[in-house]
Design a protein around this ligand. Structure first.
Ligand SMILES: Cc1ncc(COP(=O)(O)O)c(C=O)c1O
Length: 434
């Protein structure tokens, strides 16, 4: 064990030994190389008043060396902001701005300590860093049967986690009892569980009601009280796209943060879908646990920094700068709210169109109230067969999630296209059902 890793582990154990016990083997070994090139060049940045010959960037005339043909494309941005490296855990100002936004969006977090967000190269990278930090082969991962398919690659294929699926829906709502039973059953004989929840959910487009959210939090808390160490990863990719009253508008993170020393809540979110910047690749990780947290979050963030440093080194400084300036813009909130309204109009139009009784023989729509998607449960015909036929004969692209479920991304459709799309799905279904 490297001495720097040992020092971080000692700080984690001193603050919360349960959190130390949750770490994977790699999580225990990883550290931020605070005595290496990064720290030496950090020191030089402050003290090297004569010459700074530390880091592997090229400088000219006191700024980042650059090609005009590249910088010409970025009016208003300096070469230093666009081209130099960001720190491994992210630009400090962006981390602060995202933390402020998180508290603004989730007033329930006011006064609850949580870690300063660490920047990742999109949410996918954030999830892989979390898998590295918390998951060993054979660890159980509890998640709903309706989940983003990339979780499988990330947690099961890469890390060897054992996926324990529970049914997402029961009677038109979140299957709270099935979730509580899964926590009970899957923790039998284990002292640790990793739980992964995503609301608004991909693929269903469902966010639990306030009451369901309270019941989810209560089930997790009861599990921690039984002595199980819980790492609860909350994937908030589609946060903020809420279209109904009465649904949980604050992240589940706000209901779990600081609640129990054995319950580590991890918020994985991103500018990606929320700020509509898919290709910029800017994600964040924030963490909170009950009990004392003196030095704990700094130590865990150093471990996250080490995981980031060892694989991607740091996330794009230009992308971070763009997101930071957008967050700082006085029109951010109003512009964002206007786009949420556009998405809401599409979701409501889908609902309206689906009221047509002609569709009843072909499918049932799962409940949806948020996010980018909704799902149809297809009668009689295999969803993949339908998807192919719809694509080949009618030029309509959808996603078959399982043998029965077809996902429609209404996020990509204009309101005026929605009726036609569902009519074409019905036509395709009728072709096959004949
Ligand atoms: C639930 C969920 N989490 C995470 C991601 C990945 O987001 P990013 O593009 O930031 O890696 C997606 C993207 O589809 C998603 O649907």
């Amino acid at each position: 064990m490297d001495l720097l890793a040992q020092a971080l582990n000692d700080r984690i154990i001193a603050a919360n030994p349960h959190v130390y016990a949750m770490l994977s083997d790699l999580g225990k070994r990883i550290y931020f190389p605070s005595k290496g090139i990064l720290s030496q060049s950090g020191e030089a940045k402050k003290l090297a008043k004569t010459y700074n010959a530390t880091i592997g960037t090229a400088m000219e005339g006191g700024k980042a060396m650059h090609l005009s043909c590249l910088m010409r494309q970025l009016p208003g941005i300096t070469p230093d902001d666009a081209l130099l490296y960001a720190p491994s855990p992210g630009l400090p100002a962006l981390r602060e701005a995202w933390r402020d936004k998180t508290v603004r969006d989730n007033p329930g977090l006011q006064g609850t300590p949580f870690s300063l967000p660490v920047v990742t190269t999109g949410l996918t990278h954030g999830l892989s860093v979390l898998a590295d930090l918390w998951v060993d082969a054979g660890d159980r991962l509890v998640m709903p049967d309706m989940n983003w398919d990339n979780y499988h690659l990330n947690f099961v294929v890469r890390k060897g986690a054992e996926a324990c699926l529970f049914p997402f829906f029961k009677d038109g709502g979140f299957a709270v009892d099935a979730f509580a039973n899964a926590l009970q059953k899957d923790s039998a004989g284990r002292d640790k569980l990793v739980v992964l929840l995503n609301f608004p959910n991909n693929p269903s487009g469902y966010t639990p009601t306030e009451a369901e959210g309270e019941a989810i939090a209560a089930a997790l808390l009861a599990t921690a009280e039984r002595g199980v160490n819980l790492v609860v990863i909350i994937d908030d990719a589609y946060y903020g796209l809420f279209f109904d009253e009465g649904i949980m508008r604050q992240s589940l993170f706000a209901k779990l943060a600081g609640r129990h020393p054995r319950l580590l809540a991890v918020k994985a979110d991103a500018a990606t879908k929320e700020v509509f910047v898919w290709g910029l690749r800017v994600g964040f990780i924030s963490m909170a646990v009950g009990g004392t947290s003196d030095g704990l979050y700094e130590a865990l963030n150093d471990k996250l920094g080490g995981l980031i440093r060892s694989v991607v080194s740091n996330a794009s400084a230009l992308s971070q700068k763009l997101v930071l300036d957008a967050l700082r813009s006085p029109s951010f909130t109003a512009e964002h709210a206007a786009k949420v309204e556009v998405m809401k109009a599409r979701a409501l139009r889908v609902r309206d169109v689906l009221r047509n009784p002609a569709y009843a023989e072909a499918w049932t729509a799962y409940p949806f109230n948020s996010g980018y998607f909704m799902c149809l449960r297809i009668n009689q015909i295999n969803a993949e067969t339908l998807r192919r036929h719809l694509l080949e004969k009618y030029g309509v692209g959808t996603i078959s999630i399982t043998a029965t479920d077809l996902r429609i991304a209404f996020s990509c459709l204009e309101v005026a296209q929605i009726q036609d799309l569902f009519d074409l799905v019905l036509k395709a279904w009728k072709d096959l059902a004949k």
